[in-house]
Design a protein around this ligand. Structure first.
Ligand SMILES: NC(=O)c1ccc[n+]([C@@H]2O[C@H](COP(=O)([O-])OP(=O)(O)OC[C@H]3O[C@@H](n4cnc5c(N)ncnc54)[C@H](O)[C@@H]3O)[C@@H](O)[C@H]2O)c1
Length: 252
């Protein structure tokens, strides 16, 4: 699917990888819609990319439905690109010094990372189905963000790993369901990426984590994630697959 002149929704587009995707796609000629819980962040990136800012919590069904209605009214054509980058990554042991993890902690991570991603996916797919088919038979592409923690979660990541494994698990049935409409579903599983999510981490921990990469021994940059997103959008043979973006890292 071409990027130029197409409409791209980026959930979590106010920061980190989502913001890099907004900048990349705007540069390539897409019309950008930034959805983020943070109104300031969404507005900032939307202004920078000449896009539309929508402040919305992706876990809320009605609020997101209204957001997609607003998007439909603001553009003459339906969206054809949807990128899910919103997420949270708190860590907590299943049983810590204070006792068992509060169930609400686990629920919150699943709610934002998995249910929020699904919420965007269902509404994006529904609007993509209404778009005109391209000469190549495509109507859209949905790209979700998992993590290598889906495969190699560390202590403290039961909730995060479960949420990211869920994103990978729902990809194939979604891709199968949407195939007849010419809509692809892909997942990127980043290793460690230099974004605000990780920037507060102590330098020595960052260095020891980066050392677990094969090559290059460093964190990925958000722009490298955005470039991969660009390749996934434009290469129609990429469907129903998880691509790791981690310099060969296997977390131990
Ligand atoms: N940074 C990493 O090393 C790394 C590695 C693997 C996977 N990931 C995943 O990549 C994605 C992007 O992470 P990032 O590093 O760019 O993080 P980030 O914190 O820089 O950006 C995440 C954005 O999501 C938004 N957000 C959070 N909850 C939301 C909600 N309920 N509704 C709407 N917006 C919400 C935040 O406001 C923020 O702007 C996340 O899903 C994260 O789990 C990050």
């Amino acid at each position: 699917m071409k990027i130029r002149d197409n409409i791209a929704v980026v959930a979590g587009g106010g920061s980190g990888m989502g913001a890099a995707v907004c900048r990349y796609l705007a540069e390539e000629g897409a019309k950008i819609i930034v959805i983020d819980k943070s109104e300031n962040a969404a507005t900032h990136i939307a202004e920078e990319t000449h896009g539309l800012a929508i402040a919305c919590d992706i876990t809320k069904s009605e609020a997101l439905e209204k957001a997609f209605d607003k998007i439909a009214k603001a553009h003459v054509r339906p969206i054809s690109i949807a990128i899910n980058c919103a997420g949270i990554a708190p860590a907590k042991r299943m049983v810590g010094k204070e006792g068992p993890m509060p169930l609400s902690f686990f629920e919150e991570v699943i709610n934002v990372n998995l249910i929020g991603t699904f919420n965007v996916m269902r509404l994006a797919a529904s609007t993509m189905m209404k778009s005109e088919i391209t000469q190549e038979g495509e109507r859209g592409v949905i790209i979700n963000t998992a993590s290598i923690a889906a495969f190699e979660g560390q202590i403290g990541q039961t909730a995060y790993s479960a949420s990211k494994a869920g994103i990978i698990g729902m990809m194939l049935p979604a891709a199968r369901e949407l195939a007849k409409f010419g809509i692809r579903v892909m997942t990127v599983a980043p290793g460690l990426v230099n974004t605000p999510m990780l920037q507060g981490m102590p330098e020595e921990i960052k260095a020891s984590l980066a050392a677990q990469s094969l090559f290059p021994k460093r964190f990925a940059e958000p722009e490298e994630f955005a470039a991969l997103v660009g390749q996934i959008i434009t290469n129609p043979m990429l469907n129903a697959e998880v691509i790791r973006l981690d310099g060969g890292m296997r977390m131990i």
